[in-house]
Every structure is written in C-alpha cells, then in structure tokens.
Design a binder for this molecule. Structure first.
Ligand code: GLC
Length: 463
C-alpha cells in the first residue's frame, strides 16, 4: 500500500469514484446511454460489460443530482425500446413485455451499432429480472422530479410502456395475497437462494411502482380504472406487509405460541406457520426495542432471514410505518457488527449453511456461507442505507457507515462485495472497479449533505 493510499482524504476518494463512474459510460448513436457494471481488468463474467438496469439506479441518481439529466433521458428511451427485442417463447401466448436485466451496444463490422439485451434468456441460471421494469419506472419518476421534464413521461411511447408495465404487475395469476409472486432470483439476488414466492425486496419495489404510476400515468378511459385498481392493491399490500411481515419481540412471542391448523376466516395464524419453524438464532438476536420486516412469507413459510435491501427500501419508499422505521434503525444500531461490521451493508443475515445451503442454493459454490449473496457485505447498499437512516432521523448511523466504508473501498479498488461474518475479506470472486459500488459512495456522500433529495419516492401513506 502506498503512502498516498493510506492518507487519501474524502475529496480524493470521491474524485476516484467519479473517475470510475465516468469511465464506465458508453454511448449509442453518439449519446451516453448507460454505465457498465464493472471495469475490472481480471476475470469478470462476460455480462459485467453490460449496463444492468438495477446497477444503473445509483448512477442515474448521481447524474440527476449533477444536472446531467440528458444521460438518464437517453437511458430511459433506450431501455424502453429494448422491450421490443424480447424474443417469443414457444408455447406462450401473449408473453408480457418486460425490461431486460441488462443491455449492451455491439459494433458490427460495417461500423453500425446494434443493441443487445438479456431478458433472462441468456443470464446465468436463466432467472427472470422482475425488478428491472419497476426500477425503470422509479428512475423515470426520479428523472421527472429532478429535471422538471414531465413531458418525457407524457410521450405516447412512455405512456404505452407505463401502461403495459402496470398491466403486467396487476395481472392476476394464481394469487391469494396482495403481494407479488415471483420465481427464485428475480431481483438483486439473481441466483437460487430460496427467495422465490413473495420476497420483501420485490414487494417494496411493487409498492413504490404502484405509487409512481399515480404520478406518471395520465388517466383516460383505459388507464383511469387501472389506476383505481393500483390504488386499491397498494392499500392492501401496505396493510398486509406492515402487519404480516413485521417481526419484533411481541410478534415473535405471538408466533412462538401460535395455534395451528386453523380453518376459516378470522384466525390468528392464517398462513399456518408452525412455531417449530422459527430458527434457533432468532429469539436471542432480535433486541427488545428493535424489529424488521421478514424476508418472505407464504403458505406455511416464514423466512426469518434479515434482507437489508428490502428493509431499507421499505423505509425509503414509506412502506413501513414511522414506528417500524425507528425499530429497524435500532436493529442496525444494536446489531452493528452483524449488519455493518467491516463493510456496510450485510445483504442477508444470517448465511445459509450445511443442508440448507445445499437444498436452497443447489450447492452454489459462489454462494457459500458468508459469501456473495449468502451473507456477503455489499457496498452498493450504502446509498439505500444512508437514504433510509436519514429518513428515520438517524444521521449518526450514516456517518458511522461512511467512516467504515470510504477509505477501504478506495484502497481495495471498489470491490463488488466482501466476505466473512463481518465483511473483513474482499469477496472471493468479487470484481474490482465495480461501478455501482463507486456510484453508491458518491450518492451516499451527496445524500448526507442534502437529506431530502429523494423525498419524491416517499409515499407517506396513512392507513
Ligand atoms: C450480480 C448481482 C446483480 C447485479 C449484477 C451486475 O449478478 O447479483 O444484482 O445486477 O451482478 O452487477
């Protein structure tokens, strides 16, 4: 380590993050349209040269804060066009048009440029990127609010895009809950990890997207009734998540003593959760004055793992109540070494081990205990962490997290993730020069100075 590295100050670190973000930009038809996922020289998987929709979120917010809204506008247009590239799957009648996980621009021999997209049909494990279309809507909402250009969302192509996304989301399948049902690996955790069903992160995005639709979709005879339906669904979803996903000590006691095998409407344990399914670590881990939203909920199934992004987005978007937000912050405070440790923020706590790891990940060597998605620490979570703690009035936690992260990220050359119980090791297969790591640090530093800048995402629902 050189002396320069050891003594870099916050300004130099930010400068290095900004250089990486800038270097990651790529163009289509002479306009910048996206940022590559990672610029590491080493063995990154082939698709890390793509722009992932979810990875672009912190980049987009940085560009919008910097007044470079044109980049975000180009991105929004290109991503919308990409939906047309989705290939039909034989045997599917009307395949809903979705947003790809990622895209890239390839140059042909004659110099022309071609857009290529991955709708999950090329992705490792063939996972469906359900979060992409929702993040696209939320980036559009951020763009309109920060640039003031509401005309973009009103363009017919955008209105058609919004309408078809809303109809995909509201389309009834085999559902008996207000939550959205998805397959495994349908969001940031894009590998098998026992996260099929109704994962929290998808529900938080669903909630925020239903809100955004009210702002972005112009009501007419077709969209008016859809917006009404969206408002009703949002109300049910909110009530359901706030009561059934919530876990604190009183709730845990209730579940611990649940009666089971109840039939009919007014029963305390409608999902027939067996108290025996509560993992041993939970009762000692939840502090008296803290709580969190469960990772997943379905018939006979409560996933007690703590998923950081779902909880943080619930705070940022206003899905959780003010009291719940305070309790979530207390959890981070009292369980700092588990959830922040040597690098903010632990993606999932705790890790799946042994037979659970074998059965739920399919023995995935990238997701061994306390690595990558299975209990790794991800610096990209800095921005939602800082946004959430500021929203809940806990600036002290944001300052603490940034102090832990800043110098280390710079010195380690912007890794994708860290391994170990406290995130002390650089991720075994992590890329360096990971762009959303750098963008997230920039964004966190901006937010701590200007805490209200993301308030347009906050639905402030009072039920
Ligand atoms: C990994 C992450 C995913 C991310 C992608 C590109 O697959 O799990 O969330 O979008 O890398 O950084």
């Amino acid at each position: 380590m050189s002396a320069d590295f050891a003594f870099a100050d916050a300004a130099e670190i930010l400068q290095s993050a900004r250089e990486l973000l800038e270097a990651s930009l790529f163009s289509y038809q002479n306009e910048p349209v996206g940022t590559r996922a990672a610029l590491s020289a080493g063995v990154a998987a082939e698709n890390y040269a793509d722009c992932f929709i979810r990875d672009f979120v912190p980049s987009a917010l940085v560009f919008l804060f910097d007044g470079r809204s044109d980049i975000v506008r180009h991105f929004l247009r290109v991503a919308l066009r990409l939906r047309g590239l989705q290939e039909e799957i034989e045997g599917h009648r009307n395949l809903p048009r979705v947003m790809p996980a990622s895209f890239r621009v390839e140059r042909e021999a004659d110099g022309s440029e071609v857009l290529h997209a991955d709708f999950g049909d090329r992705a490792i494990g063939r996972v469906a990127p359900v979060d992409s279309m929702m993040w696209w809507v939320l980036i559009l909402q951020a763009y309109v609010n920060m640039s003031g250009d509401s005309a973009l969302a009103e363009e017919p192509a955008f209105q058609r895009g919004l309408q078809s996304i809303l109809s995909v989301l509201l389309y009834d399948r085999f559902e008996v809950f207000p939550t959205l049902l998805v397959p495994d690996g349908a969001f940031m955790i894009d590998r098998r990890m026992g996260v099929y069903g109704h994962p929290l992160e998808i529900q938080a995005l669903f909630f925020a997207t239903l809100n955004a639709m009210q702002e972005l979709l112009v009501p007419d005879t077709v969209t008016g009734p859809m917006l009404e339906q969206a408002a009703k669904r949002r109300a049910h979803l909110t009530e359901y998540v706030r009561s059934f996903y919530w876990l604190d000590l009183p709730r845990l006691n209730e579940i611990h003593r649940y009666e089971t095998e109840g039939f009919g409407h007014d029963i305390a344990n409608p999902l027939n959760i067996y108290p025996e399914s509560i993992p041993e670590w939970v009762s000692d881990w939840v502090p008296d004055d803290a709580g969190y939203l469960l990772g997943n909920l379905g018939p006979g199934r409560m996933d007690f793992r703590f998923f950081a992004l779902g909880n943080l987005l619930s705070v940022v978007f206003g899905l959780s109540t003010d009291e719940q937000n305070t309790a979530i912050m207390n959890l981070f405070d009292h369980r700092w070494s588990d959830l922040i440790g040597r690098m903010p923020v632990k993606l999932v706590y705790p890790a799946l081990v042994g037979v659970e790891w074998q059965l739920l990940t399919g023995s995935d060597p990238k997701n061994t205990p306390w690595s990558y998605h299975n209990g790794g620490n991800w610096p990209v979570l800095l921005w939602p962490f800082v946004a959430a703690v500021l929203r809940a009035g806990r600036r002290d936690l944001a300052v603490g997290a940034l102090d832990v992260a800043r110098m280390r990220l710079y010195r380690d050359d912007w890794p994708e993730y860290y391994d170990g119980r406290s995130g002390r090791m650089i991720g075994r297969r992590a890329n360096t020069r990971q762009v959303w790591t750098a963008a997230s640090l920039i964004l966190a530093e901006v937010l701590i100075e200007q805490p209200d800048r993301l308030s347009f995402w906050d639905a402030k629902i009072h039920l």
